[in-house]
Design a protein around this ligand. Structure first.
Ligand SMILES: NC(=O)c1ccc[n+]([C@@H]2O[C@H](COP(=O)([O-])OP(=O)(O)OC[C@H]3O[C@@H](n4cnc5c(N)ncnc54)[C@H](O)[C@@H]3O)[C@@H](O)[C@H]2O)c1
Ligand SMILES: N[C@@H](CCO)C(=O)O
Length: 593
């Protein structure tokens, strides 16, 4: 394989491989999607290469032998067709999981990207890839999902790459597409001198060279994949899901990693509604990392008892036991701000999705975070699952941003879409509430207050300026004639609630939230339902478009949980060798100077 460079836009490319050891059942695609999202919000494009669900390939092979017995080449070619089915299915499931959290994703089978192999149909070797097809998909998506282990073959049609062949697929894509990294996500946090299941005291490697890796990683990494990585000089990382650390396999002498006890964080979760329930599900999926305090709800009677999670309507009980981290998802402005300020000043890290509290109490919360020496993260407060604050932070390191325009309220966009389809306004509002998009008082969405809060936070992030959201001019959807929205749609126009802010030459900031009709070719016109879109203009005139789901349980919970995991990694793996240095490693956060 000859390494070649392919740049899908300016974004660094990362190849992640999800093996059967981390895809035990359908529920594991959530965590895998979360792992992809973690890289996407760092501004990376991701190629996710997936194995079949655990046990599926064995079941398929057993099924094949039951029907066809054992045989030689024609039989092997038929068995290869059967064996790859698990990976094809897995790729589609991964695409669905990413779609649920709003990561724009293409899923392609080998014949759609010219992924070719030669040799034995059950143990073939990869030889070609249509890099332009890959590049096209990554141009209009954040992620591409491909099935590992299988490829097309000039003679046999479809073949497989031998056991563990998904590792080979991942290395091949990294080599062919010039990826910055290929990360094999396993059920262990790296390569150990011995299988840690057999020897719990075995030492983990921080780095080791390809030949040593081939010797010690039998059963963990496909030997053909290590050989291919060595030939193409691709650095492989072997890591656990959610971990920052990894064993790096490269041209370096073997080096052992220091022992790292797993750090468990005590989490206080305040609010368990549309977003909180999603975050709680994520927290419960990692009992190895989190202890959860009784969760604050208004009404404990409506909560099921007897499970591992306890609920309380007493704030003191929810905050008891000196939690490391407070996750505020109650909504409102002043009360949550008071709670967060107190938690921060007492040294508790805080994660919130609350733009109303953040926009109105930004300086107080910032000061409290500095006083407490802790982190305040609020990625989900703007854009839901769209990593717009992270992108602004990255752009700040390369000249900054001078203008932001966006559809930044999912409910308003959903309502305008429904009006365009001829639905009555009140019914559309009820539907947005049912879907978990709307604020507790949907007037915040309808009248532009929520978008103004978000603009205020964007202005802080982009221009470092304080603008009171109350001072931002806003149009209300309630003043728009529904018939005008429908007839505009019939004429090819789209009504949008658009938030815009701009840094003028004299340093003044202009900001407004307007509802207006835009032509179909306008970059924001295509936002559908609860989608958010942003166009960021850099100081050098460059434009950066961002897309994502701006509201709803799973996209928002993904952003909140990503902030939580960043804090966990920061505390438990402060010295981890994590990611390319060029990619900022933290979510928008206020840190002690
Ligand atoms: N829903 C979304 O799509 C979305 C997206 C981004 C950000 N947000 C923000 O996330 C936060 C939560 O939103 P949500 O949609 O989950 O709201 P929600 O109304 O569905 O959930 C809030 C929960 O907190 C509880 N709660 C509120 N005050 C409480 C109190 N004093 N004591 C006990 N429980 C209390 C409520 O009963 C409710 O169950 C809000 O700040 C919202 O603006 C929501
Ligand atoms: N109500 C908000 C939630 C996401 O911030 C919206 O619809 O955009």
């Amino acid at each position: 394989m000859k390494p070649q460079s392919m740049k899908p836009g300016a974004a660094p490319l990362c190849v992640l491989k999800f093996g059967s050891s981390v895809l035990g059942s359908e529920t594991d695609y959530d965590a895998a999607a979360q792992e992809v999202f973690r890289h996407v919000r760092r501004g990376e494009k991701v190629i996710a290469v997936v194995s079949a669900l655990a046990g599926e390939t064995d079941a398929l092979l057993a099924q094949g032998e039951q029907v066809g017995g054992r045989g030689s080449t024609p039989h092997a070619a038929m068995m290869a067709r059967l064996a790859r089915v698990g990976e094809l299915r897995s790729a589609a499931l991964m695409g669905l999981a990413l779609g649920r959290i709003g990561v724009r994703t293409g899923v392609l089978d080998p014949h759609e990207i010219g992924l070719e192999a030669d040799g034995d149909p059950m143990d073939a070797n990869l030889c070609a890839l249509d890099r332009h097809a890959v590049s096209d998909v990554l141009h209009s998506n954040e992620a591409l999902v491909v099935p590992g282990f299988t490829a097309v073959h000039a003679r046999f049609g479809a073949v497989t790459l031998g056991r563990g062949g998904t590792d080979l697929t991942a290395v091949f894509f990294a080599a062919q597409c010039g990826a910055a990294r290929v990360r094999l996500i396993k059920d262990v946090d790296g390569v150990y001198a011995q299988d840690p299941v057999e020897n719990p005291d075995a030492e983990r490697y921080a780095e080791l060279d390809y030949d040593a890796a081939a010797r010690v990683s039998t059963g963990l990494i496909q030997p053909k994949a290590i050989a291919a990585a060595k030939a193409a000089n691709v650095v492989m990382e072997v890591a656990a899901m959610g971990s920052g650390d990894a064993t790096r396999i490269c041209r370096a002498p073997a080096r052992k990693a220091p022992a790292r006890p797993v750090r468990r964080l005590r989490v206080a979760l305040l609010g368990c509604g549309a977003v909180g329930a999603g975050v709680l599900a994520h927290l419960c999926s990692r009992p190895d990392l989190f202890d959860i305090n009784p969760v604050l709800v208004r009404n404990t009677l409506s909560r099921p008892g007897g499970g591992a999670v306890r609920f309380t309507n007493d704030l003191h009980a929810a905050l008891a036991g000196e939690p490391d981290l407070v996750v505020e998802l109650m909504g409102g402005a002043d009360l949550p701000a008071d709670i967060m300020a107190s938690a921060l000043s007492h040294g508790r890290h805080v994660v919130t999705a609350n733009k109303a509290a953040m926009a109105r109490h930004y300086d107080r919360l910032h000061t409290a975070a500095c006083d407490g020496g802790v982190r305040l993260s609020f990625s989900a407060a703007v854009g839901g699952g769209t990593p717009v604050l992270e992108t602004l932070e990255r752009l700040a390191a390369s000249g900054g941003t001078v203008r932001i325009e966006g559809v930044m309220n999912g409910t308003a966009n959903f309502l305008l879409d429904r009006l365009a389809a001829g639905d009555p306004f009140d019914a559309a509002v009820k539907e947005a509430q049912r879907l978990g998009f709307a604020e507790a008082d949907p007037a915040a969405d309808v009248d532009g207050h929520d978008a103004a809060d978000k603009l205020s936070l964007l202005i802080r992030a982009a221009f470092g300026a304080a603008v009171d959201p109350a001072q931002i001019a806003k149009d209300s959807l309630a003043d728009i004639d529904p018939a005008a929205v429908k007839s505009a749609h019939e004429e090819g126009l789209a009504f949008k609630q658009i938030g815009c802010c701009e840094l003028a030459g004299d340093g003044r900031v202009q900001a407004e939230v307007r509802v207006r009709a835009v032509p179909a070719h306008h970059p924001l016109a295509g936002a559908r339902n609860e989608e958010n879109r942003f166009v960021l203009t850099g100081a050098d005139g460059s434009e950066h478009a961002l897309f994502g789901k701006g509201a709803g349980r799973w996209p928002t919970a993904a952003a909140v949980f990503a902030d939580i995991m960043d804090i966990h990694r920061g505390l438990s793996e402060p010295d981890a060798v994590d990611f390319a240095a060029s990619v900022p490693a933290r979510a928008p956060a206020l840190l002690r100077a």
